[in-house]
Every structure is written in structure tokens, then in C-alpha cells.
Design a protein around this ligand. Structure first.
Ligand code: IPE
Ligand code: IPE
Ligand code: MG
Length: 244
């Protein structure tokens, strides 16, 4: 698909599991954290590409609630990378019109990282070109549990009737809130699973898996995914005009 200005169906919201950093590094005989660093560069390329293609929403999985199971050294390096990326990149993202949001349980991070995320969100809150949701310490099941608790508390306080709970009530309490649901999901690195990412929000998202390891992912791979998306027929449970 051409980069800009075509009439082909284009996703408004792309969600990505950026997977394969560790294997990329090990393939070069380097430590896994080297792959995470290169993965950060790939994310910068993809953000640029989304801005250029006028895709208004991008959600990326940077750290899952299960990734704490990794060796302490790898987790520590990841946290350092997140912090240095915040310090280095937020100004440039802000100038490019990117609105940053960090979704997940931020309370598990140290104060410097947590405050850096909150400051970045505050600084970029009025930007409108691209909303970049970064899922960190995020798990799809945990977020559904947290939403259920909040809704139950509303009911217990008498502010909400059980019969008034609908899909919007649940969706509002999840990380993407009122944003449009992802149209296109991409997972790099060859695995074909969701790994607890956006379990509710991906109900009707088009799924695209590719073998490219995330640090190698670039503009041309994004365009391949967009071209695949443009060729999909989304029916949302209905029938196409052709077959009606
Ligand atoms: C994804 O790459 C990045 C994070 C989970 C933080 P991986 O680190 O999972 O890379 P592989 O899958 O082991 O190659
Ligand atoms: C999913 O990848 C999480 C991120 C990319 C941040 P994982 O590498 O953690 O997933 P599994 O373990 O292969 O399912
Ligand atoms: Mg992985």
C-alpha cells in the first residue's frame, strides 16, 4: 500500500505486540537487553511512519504484567531503558504532536519512572496528531478484573444499577477508554498468540502476524501489514453486500 493519499481502507488504530527483541540479540551473540535497545529504535521508526500515514492511534505492548518473571538483570535493564527513552524522546514526540499515554499498573515502577511517565502524559495531553498508548505492566485479564471492581463499587454505592451495565460501561473502564478499538493488530517475532494483550478490545480487530523480529521491523513491514489490512473484508458478524 502506498504511504499516503490512497483511498484504500486504512486503520485508524493500530495495536502492536513488539516481540522478538531477545532472539534478535541472541542471534548476534549479544545480551537480550541489546535487543530491547534496538527495539526502541524500531518503535521510533514506526511512530514516524504512523505520523506520516496519518494513523491517529497507536497502542504498543512494551512490558506485560508477566514480564516480571524474567531474570532480574533483564528487568532492571528494561526499566533503565524506559527511563532513558523518556528523558531523551519526550520533547521530540511532543514537538511532533504526539499525545503519550501509559497504561497498566504504574504503581509497580520506581518513583523516577512513574513520575517521568506522568509528566510526559501531562506535557503532551493536548496533542492531537497521534495518540500513542504504551502498555506497561499491563495484562488484559488484570485490567478486566480492575474494571469489574470499579463497576461493582459503583453499584455498591448505589450510583449504578446492575441492569444499566452495558458494553460501554465496561469499555469506559478499560485502558483505551473512549478511543476507537484497534482495527489492526500486528505481532512481530513469529509467535501467534495474544499473550494477555487487549483481550476485550481485540474482539473484532484484524490480526496480522509476521516473522520479522521487532528490532528489524520498519516502514516497509508496516506497509505490508497495512496492505494486508486493506485486503481484508470486515463483516462484524453481518454479511457483505455481495452475498446479501
Ligand atoms: C519483546 O521481546 C520485548 C519485551 C517483552 C519487553 P522479547 O524480549 O520477548 O523477545 P523474544 O521473544 O524473547 O525474542
Ligand atoms: C508479549 O511478549 C509482551 C511484550 C511484547 C511486551 P512475550 O514475549 O512476553 O510473550 P510470550 O511469553 O512469548 O507469550
Ligand atoms: Mg517474546
Amino acid at each position: 500500500m502506498a504511504a499516503e493519499g490512497t483511498d484504500l481502507p486504512k486503520p485508524r488504530h493500530v495495536a502492536i505486540i513488539m516481540d522478538g527483541n531477545g532472539r534478535w540479540a541472541l542471534g548476534q551473540g549479544r545480551p537480550r537487553s541489546h535487543g530491547h535497545q534496538a527495539g526502541g529504535e524500531a518503535l521510533k521508526r514506526v511512530i514516524e511512519a504512523c505520523l506520516k500515514r496519518r494513523i491517529p492511534y497507536l497502542t504498543v505492548y512494551a512490558f506485560s504484567s508477566e514480564n516480571w518473571r524474567r531474570p532480574a538483570m533483564e528487568v532492571r535493564r528494561l526499566m533503565e531503558l524506559f527511563l532513558s527513552a523518556l528523558n531523551r524522546e519526550v520533547r521530540r514526540l511532543h514537538e511532533a504532536g504526539v499525545k503519550l499515554r501509559f497504561s497498566g499498573d504504574l504503581s509497580a515502577f520506581n518513583a523516577a519512572l512513574r513520575n517521568g511517565m506522568l509528566r510526559a502524559e501531562h506535557r503532551t495531553r493536548n496533542n492531537t496528531r497521534l495518540t500513542l498508548n504504551v502498555a506497561v505492566n499491563y495484562g488484559g485479564r488484570a485490567e478486566i478484573v480492575a474494571a469489574t471492581r470499579r463497576i461493582a463499587a459503583e453499584v455498591a454505592a448505589g450510583r449504578l444499577q446492575p441492569d444499566d451495565i452495558d458494553e460501554q460501561t465496561v469499555a469506559r473502564n478499560l485502558i483505551l477508554g473512549s478511543l476507537p478499538e484497534p482495527d489492526l493488530f500486528i505481532r512481530t517475532g513469529g509467535e501467534q498468540r495474544l499473550s494477555n494483550f487487549l483481550l476485550w478490545q481485540l474482539a473484532y480487530t484484524e490480526l496480522y502476524f509476521c516473522d520479522v523480529l521487532w528490532p528489524d521491523f520498519g516502514e516497509s513491514h508496516l506497509d505490508e501489514a497495512l496492505a494486508a489490512f486493506a485486503g481484508r473484508e470486515r463483516r462484524f458478524g453481518g454479511v457483505t453486500a455481495r452475498r446479501a
